[in-house]
Design a protein around this ligand. Structure first.
Ligand code: PAF
Length: 278
């Protein structure tokens, strides 16, 4: 496995693979890898000849300076996991390599970046689009793999690829959960024990909510919020039921409306997101 820090070295290395007609799969990450990331690497190694993983904590997508400062960083451990998982190339650029000058591009994705995470984390998706477009330019993959825990991010990246007319396939991959149902996330390792113990309540509540169809989306969201907040330790920031494709609020909980529940919850100082397709 090669570890590469510059775009020019990456371009040279990947060109050699392309010259041999090899297909390239790409998994962009911010490191602190867990089984969720490794499941994306597994999907890539299954369907592509070469797998590239990037590890880059992207400053432009953090709307909260503390979140950026506290984001877990453990590149050596990550590389050991990636080597075992069959990754061929790890790209670990410094900030100056990806942003030699400030990126002033402003993306617009209509409703997709106005709601939920877009509303609560101003500028977040613009930063995601900036870095993912730069990484796609650097890697030029045939396929890129993203986890559906960040369901809204997947929708934004698909829209960005369309807008920029990029020629690659975005492959959404299922959420990987802990045995107790908590969605795997790099932020889980920052949870203090009492918050880690109660955090599975988020998924349990969404799974319970999915069985309730004789109410309106508003009533269901109220029930979810009050059930989660009754734990005293968890505080719901938002819960919304939206159409899977458009992210517009659904009016009825019918299959035709393709509803998905999306939620953000504070567990102490750590913000967790999750979702559940109805
Ligand atoms: O999902 C993430 O880890 C990040 O948002 C991504 C896609 C690597 C961009 O920095």
């Amino acid at each position: 496995m090669k570890v590469i820090k510059t775009k020019s070295e990456l371009a040279d290395c990947l060109q050699q693979f392309r010259n041999q007609q090899k297909t390239i799969g790409f998994v962009p990450t911010m490191g602190a890898l867990h089984e969720g990331h490794l499941s994306l690497v597994a999907k890539s190694t299954e369907s592509c000849d070469i797998t590239v993983v990037s590890i880059f904590v992207n400053p432009t997508q953090f709307n909260d300076k503390n979140d950026l400062a506290n984001y877990p960083r453990c590149v050596e451990k990550d590389c050991a996991l990636l080597e075992k998982a069959g990754c061929n190339v790890v790209f670990t650029p410094e900030v100056e390599e990806m942003y030699p000058e400030p990126d002033t591009r402003q993306f617009s994705f209509g409703n997709l970046d106005k709601v939920m995470e877009g509303e609560h984390r101003p500028g977040h998706f613009n930063g995601v689009a900036q870095i993912v477009s730069k990484l796609f330019d650097a890697v030029k993959p045939d396929k890129a793999f993203f986890g559906l825990k960040d369901f809204q991010q997947v929708a934004i990246i698909k829209a960005m690829v369309k807008q920029l007319n990029m020629k690659l396939e975005i492959v959404p991959c299922p959420i990987i959960r802990e045995a107790d149902g908590l969605a795997k996330s790099s932020r889980n390792m920052l949870l203090e024990p009492q918050y880690r113990a109660i955090a599975p309540k988020i998924h349990q509540t969404l799974a319970e909510a999915a069985k309730k169809r004789d109410c309106t989306p508003e009533q269901l969201c109220q029930w979810i919020t009050s059930t989660i907040d009754a734990t005293q330790l968890l505080k719901t920031e938002y819960v919304q039921i939206v159409n899977f494709d458009t992210l517009m609020p659904v009016e009825k909980l019918t299959e035709a409306e393709k509803p998905i529940i999306c939620i953000a919850v504070w567990a102490g100082k750590i913000r967790l997101i999750d979702n559940f397709v109805l």
